[in-house]
Write a protein that binds this ligand. Structure first.
Ligand code: CP
Length: 311
């Protein structure tokens, strides 16, 4: 089992054994990070971000720097030759000569996959439009594994923008590969999980799904509440965004009815969907989740580059 020579475009690109190898290595790194401080010496990560990011870009950069490697790239495509009309194919052909591994975030669904066709180095999808965000899923699963002790037998509720939320699409399909997980989908009618994903979960995987617009009606029976932001940048008009933006606001009052050990997760950035008062609640783990993202990405790159083989 090796991740060398693979791209990560969709979480389904990795088998469960391969995913587990990433989590096992991430847990080793968390225990003794100093052992890993030189393993990427001589390696270069390219971060090609055609869309804004704080966590994904900076946690990738932090991950590579913590392993002794170097980083180059752009966080605004307008300062690269993309502004002159260069295609993603030509950009990645060029970057392949400058770096050993690249992470790409792009507003267009499928752009990282297209880049992988022209690349001679491993490509990681750092989020493509409203489609997929596989390394957020690695982060989320590592968080659940560490804080819940298992990735199976969980009642997971996804709340907010399930239509455009790429983190939700990647996470729900990956959690469906582990046994006995059940899902609750909480969203306004217009922002429901895409029908193709729901159909596949219900009909091909026989997974129990409850769909509701009402968070309060299900909050007492959830192991993990995965809150998401309404994705303003994917809406076709501002009026719809304004109407839907405050559909769900998690606050202390609503949490009174939740289980004592429920995890409150969020891929971040948050806008208004979790009140700041919730941050003090022990169940709120979204900043811990962002921290685990560095370790998930360290493990991922170490395995994809083949610099650590005994995960
Ligand atoms: N979770 C996440 O993708 O955050 P950023 O948009 O800040 O990278």
């Amino acid at each position: 089992m090796s991740l060398v020579g693979k791209h990560l475009i969709d979480p389904g690109d990795f088998t469960l054994d391969e995913l587990n190898s990433v989590f096992q290595l991430a847990e080793k790194i968390i225990k003794k990070e100093e052992k890993f401080s030189e393993i990427c010496k001589g390696k270069i990560l390219a971060t090609l971000f055609y869309e804004p990011s704080t966590r994904t870009r900076l946690s990738f950069e932090s991950a590579m720097l913590r392993m002794g490697g170097k980083v180059l790239g752009f966080s605004d495509a307008n300062v690269s030759s993309v502004a002159k009309g260069e295609s993603i194919a030509d950009t990645i052909r060029t970057i392949s000569a400058y770096a050993d591994i690249a992470v790409i975030r792009h507003p267009k669904e499928g752009a990282p996959k297209l880049a992988s066709k022209y690349s001679t180095i491993p490509i990681i999808n750092g989020g493509d439009g409203g489609h997929q965000h596989p390394t957020q899923t690695l982060t989320d699963l590592l968080t659940i594994r560490i804080l819940k002790g298992s990735l199976q037998g969980l009642r997971v509720a996804f709340c907010g923008d399930l239509k455009f939320g790429r983190t939700v699409h990647s996470l729900i399909t990956t959690l469906s590969r582990y046994p006995d997980n059940k899902f609750m989908l909480i969203s306004p009618r217009e922002l429901r999980l895409p029908e193709n994903i729901k159909y596949s979960l219900e009909n091909y995987k026989n997974i129990e799904i409850i769909e509701t617009e009402n968070l309060e009606s299900v909050i007492d029976n959830i192991d993990i509440l995965y809150m998401t932001r309404i994705q303003r940048e994917r809406f076709f008009n501002e009026a719809d965004y304004v109407r839907l933006k405050d559909s769900y606001i998690l606050n202390k009052d609503k949490l009174k009815y939740a289980k004592k050990d429920m995890l409150i997760m969020h891929p971040l950035p948050r806008v208004n969907e979790i009140s700041y008062e919730v941050d003090e609640d022990e169940r709120a783990v979204y900043f811990k989740q962002a921290e685990f993202g560095v370790y998930a990405r360290m493990a991922l790159m170490a395995l994809m580059l083949g610099v650590y083989k005994n995960a």
